[in-house]
Unconditional design. Sequence first.
Length: 300
Amino acid sequence: MIETVNGNVTELGITMCHEHLIIDLRRVRQDEDSYIADTDLAVRELFKAKELGVETILEVTCNDMGRDVKKLQDIGARTGMNIICSTGFYLKEYHTDFVINAKTEELEELFIRELSDGIDSTGIKAGIIGEIGCSKKEIDKNEEKVLTASGRASRRTGAAVTTHCDMGLLGKEQLDILLKTGMDSNNIILGHTDLTGSASYQLSLLKAGANIAFDTIGKQAYLSDEKRAECICDLLDKGYEDKILLSQDVSRKSYLKENGGSGYCMVMESFLPLLLKKGVSDSEIKKMLIDNPKRILEMG
Ligand SMILES: [Zn+2]
């Protein structure tokens, strides 16, 4: 059973593992581009992805990123798509006094409450913990506290944890903190790891037991999709088709189709044809898009 903003489902279909539909990062970034609040626009953008076969969005905008689960519920109802919302606290720059002052146990209990009983008084339950993580140089003590609380909440609920590895880095360090809590490594998705462009680094994370996300597909100013595809082929050759997930991480207005970007469509429109051209099989693609997210998101 998988929790969505509109209730439980058993099948997810094609799933984008790391997206933002409603987000507000202006408090830190001080730019309007990092603010997406328009549900009508989100619905129009999602229909374009739905036409290409996408059925589920893992919406990882957590508590201090401008999460609005009522809006997500509305978007889910209007598009008929599965939207899974999240609980968690993002990077240190975003932490409020509550996170800074909270004990690990308080955060753990909050995550469990949002996963089991619902968020605020909405009755809408989170289906995953994330995106949590750290900046690229070091793990701040409050980021470590959030990681620990997340691992403990995962151990108790079976919920998956999805992370933000800044430029793909510090994945192993995040993994160590999470695994120290006794949580199952199969429930961990290390995010943005594609951005390193290093298959050997990605392989080291896979060998340590984590799932990894190629979730910045289309952000070619950081790394070419050609390079992403080469890394995936390398990892598939080594047998890791059960541990890789795909997405675009849309987090700015300018990434949306109506604003000239590729929206939530890049994986389906451009990246899959590239993988197929490189000899990736249909069954490997099905695993990365459908089977892996489903298996990881099933609780308990
Ligand atoms: Zn993100």
